[in-house]
Design a protein. Structure first.
Length: 270
């Protein structure tokens, strides 16, 4: 995987295929594997770029000056500048959509189209924020994601009925187990606190181009329920696509549906 040095740290990214550029923004606690089906499908017609979040995959630790989602957007823009990429089609899932929308608002001239998946541009509801912060404290104190917590954290990302013996679930649970103490304390926990204490930017969403924006959400997404996506789609004035048989990481739970929806949207906008 290629690497770019941004804010003094190595940012690893996938760069596959040729054609118009599609930048895929990933979810918290997932590396490039969350986009594996999309990288394969989209790279047949597009140049697909997938930066890995700080502390995730092969990327280095969270740079000291990273204090908000605006900084993540600025860092993604710095990557595009290093790669000499003038315009992108942005597909952001979860926190990838949170910083992705900020990037689109920050540099609209660089954006050809935007897909916001399983994400929310409002502030985190206070009860949920406090719950996640309590999990971060447990992880911090243990210097690991404790065994009982693995089966609290992992299910958040999938539809309620997922087979917990499936390779998708077991592989993800194992990946969570694999985070080192150093990564958790330097990157994962501080990044989580940054994400879940984000500012509300819903009032800025009407600035996005309704004709080149799409909102998508897993029908069974628990952390980012479809009602949030409906709210955003109405503010933007764009279409909402619900993804059947999928929770939060809809890209992996129903990849065929997601791939077809993305390819159809990109064919009309890219």
């Amino acid at each position: 995987m290629p690497v770019a040095v941004i804010d003094g740290q190595p940012l690893h990214y996938v760069d596959q295929g040729t054609g118009p550029v599609v930048l895929l923004g990933s979810s918290y606690l997932w590396d490039r594997d969350m986009w594996a089906p999309q990288i394969q499908a989209l790279s047949q017609q597009y140049r697909v770029i997938v930066p890995e979040l700080w502390g995730h995959g092969k990327s280095g630790p969270l740079p000291a000056q990273t204090r908000s989602l605006d900084d993540l957007a600025r860092q993604a823009l710095a990557l595009l500048d290093q790669l000499d990429i003038a315009q992108i089609n942005l597909v952001g899932l979860s926190v990838g959509g949170m910083w992705g929308a900020r990037l689109a608002l920050l540099a609209p001239e660089r954006i050809n189209s935007v897909v916001l998946m399983d994400t929310y541009l409002g502030a985190e509801p206070e009860a949920t924020r406090q719950y996640y912060f309590s999990l971060f404290k447990m992880i911090e104190d243990a210097g690991a994601i404790p065994e009982p917590l693995l089966d609290v954290v992992a299910p958040i990302f999938f539809r309620p009925g997922i087979d917990r013996e499936s390779a998708l679930y077991l592989d993800y649970r194992k990946a969570l187990q694999g985070f080192s103490k150093e990564r958790l304390l330097q990157s994962i926990v501080p990044l989580g606190r940054l994400i879940f204490s984000r500012e509300n930017i819903l009032t800025q969403l009407p600035r996005l181009d309704c004709d080149t924006t799409l909102v998508m959400c897993g029908e069974q997404d628990k952390p980012r329920p479809p009602a949030e996506s409906q709210e955003m789609a109405e503010l933007i004035g764009c279409s909402l696509t619900l993804i059947p048989d999928a929770g939060h990481i809809s890209s992996r739970e129903n990849p065929d549906f997601v791939n077809e929806a993305l390819l159809t949207f990109l064919a009309n906008t890219a």
